[in-house]
Design a protein around this ligand. Sequence first.
Ligand code: GLU
Length: 125
Amino acid sequence: MCGIVGYSGKRSSSEVLLQGLKRLEYRGYDSAGIAVGDGTKIEVIKRTGKIKNLAAAVPDTVAGGFGIGHTRWATHGVVNDLNAHPHMSADGKIAICHNGIIENYLSLRDKLISEGFEFKTETDS
Ligand code: GLU
C-alpha cells in the first residue's frame, strides 16, 4: 500500500504535492518523495520517515509546474532514501511511482541486467 499524488497546473507543484502527501501519509510512512518537472529537467527529492522530513529537504529553488509524489510502505528493499519513490530512469527523462508488488520482478530484473540495464535500488519497482 502507498499513497500517490500527481499535479499539473499553474501553482508550484512541490507545494501541492507535499500537501497531498500529508493527506496520504497514513497509506505509507516508511519514506516519501516527489519528482518535479519544468519541461527541461526532472528533480527528485526523497527522504525516509515522515512527510515533514521530506518537506524540510525540498529547497525553495525546486520549481516546476508538474510532478508526482509517493508515500512508501516498503515491500521489497530496505527503508532508505535510495529505495524511496519516485524512481528515475537512467536517462533522467522518466520518473515513476508504484503502488503494490511486482510478483515476477526478479526474473524481469535478471533479464534486464542481462541486456545491460543497471539498477540503483533494491525495490521491485
Ligand atoms: N513494492 C514497492 C516498494 O517496496 C512499492 C510499495 C508501496 O506500494 O508503497 O517500494
